[in-house]
Design a protein around this ligand. Structure first.
Ligand SMILES: Cc1ncc(COP(=O)(O)O)c(C=O)c1O
Length: 398
């Protein structure tokens, strides 16, 4: 293994006394991010003022930083751009893909997809008219449901609840075989495992940067458009910065070249600065090493919890090629158990109705953390430490 995970761990601020198993939801603070943001605020925003757009190349950041993420997801250079939130990027990809398949009206997805993706599809169908519809099937039934009625298949590669992983190459091939397009949501894949959108046949891919890529709360999303569609895809959200010549201030929209057209409005420069700093952690990371370390951690956690906590039921597939970098267990009192864990320094999260979710991020989580977290969980289960009123009270964010 060539990757030095002790070195990457040293790049993150991890609060004392905390084992952080929720980097699949919000990555921790890279130590370099505050200084980078401070510099952008003071030396660039403060001193350059409006000149920052040209002198500090702020306008190029969405594509420059997009390419840094592109390297982690197997994208061809020049085909990823940052901006907005993931829900918006899902909408853009869907709208473009539907327009590219004008004789069909069905979006196919699965019931394990993240609700926002489904909601965006429902909203888009409502806007386009009653003949458009979102069809959802069970995750195991997706491949069989891809037929020649489907315009677009919209799949999140790794299920946010169970950690179940779809086969990108197989589903993309099936979609193309029947004349459908396919959109991959990589929210739980980018930075979690090796991804190759180019050889995986993705027509579009989208994802967020605040989970495994550690850009901070509300960090910008990314969108990839396959080179074969780059000049064809029509951006439904035709904002001025996706225009061919934004500063010509034409009154008519004309899409920009390639991935530029997927930009909408003014980029969030400060959040992009944090993301840029966060991405430095990946410079010397071999994705195969990351995957090997992630599987070793998740295998160890599964074995430990199953041996010590018989009341918890594993919902994540055991087979390596069928899962991402998280492990989930089911328990009717999952919410209270998670609150008790957090109170005892092990941070994971809970997803309704009964899922305890733990993310494993080799960049800063190691074997000792897995052993310690398993012990705390086992103690909480054996002593029923979770069975207290304060752990039952639901917060707004779970
Ligand atoms: C798979 C998936 N899609 C979409 C979203 C929504 O992302 P955003 O809130 O950035 O729009 C999330 C958020 O966690 C997600 O996990």
């Amino acid at each position: 293994m060539s990757t030095d995970f002790a070195a990457t761990k040293a790049l993150f601020h991890l609060p004392k006394g905390v084992i952080y198993l929720d980097g699949n939801s919000l990555g921790p603070l890279p130590k370099s991010a505050p200084a980078r943001m401070h510099e952008v605020m003071t030396a660039q925003w403060g001193e350059l003022l409006i000149r920052g757009w040209n002198l500090a190349q702020w306008m190029e950041w969405p594509t420059r930083i997009g390419d840094r993420i592109g390297r982690l997801i197997g994208a061809e250079p020049g085909h990823v751009v940052m901006g907005d939130t993931l829900s918006i990027k899902v909408y853009q990809a869907l709208a473009s893909a539907l327009q590219m398949n004008p004789n069909r009206r069905v979006i196919l997805s699965d019931t394990g997809n993240f609700p926002s993706d489904l909601y965006m599809a429902q909203g888009l169908c409502a806007t386009l008219g009653p003949e458009y519809r979102l069809k959802t099937v069970e995750p195991d039934a997706v491949e069989a449901a891809i037929d020649d009625s489907v315009a677009v298949v919209m799949i999140t590669e790794v299920d946010y609840r169970t950690g179940r992983r779809h086969d990108m190459a197989a589903l993309s091939a099936k979609a193309h075989e029947v004349g459908a397009l396919i959109i991959w949501d990589l929210a739980h894949s980018a930075g979690a495992l090796p991804v190759d959108v180019a050889t995986g046949g993705a027509d579009f891919a989208v994802g967020c940067s605040y989970k495994y890529l550690n850009s901070g709360p509300g960090g910008p999303a990314f969108i990839y458009v396959a080179p074969r569609h780059a000049e064809v895809a029509q951006p439904a959200l035709s904002g001025w910065l996706g225009h061919d010549a934004p500063f010509a201030f034409d009154t008519d929209y004309r899409p920009g070249a390639g991935i530029e057209r997927m930009r909408v409005g003014t980029p969030a420069v400060l959040q992009l600065a944090a993301l840029d700093a966060a991405l430095d952690a990946w410079d010397d990371v071999d994705m195969a090493d990351l995957r090997a370390a992630s599987l070793a951690l998740t295998d160890r956690f599964i074995a430990g919890v199953e041996a010590q906590c018989p009341d918890l039921t594993l919902v994540t597939p055991r087979a390596h090629d069928r899962r991402g970098s998280q492990v989930s267990f089911r328990h009717p009192e999952g919410y209270a158990i998670m609150q008790a864990l957090i109170a005892n320094g092990v941070i994971g999260d809970f997803r309704a109705p009964d899922i305890l979710r733990f993310g494993f991020t080799p960049l800063y989580i190691g074997v000792a953390d897995v052993t310690a977290a398993t012990l705390v969980l086992s103690r909480i289960m054996t002593t029923r430490a979770w069975d207290r009123p304060e752990f039952m009270r639901r917060a707004r964010v779970t």
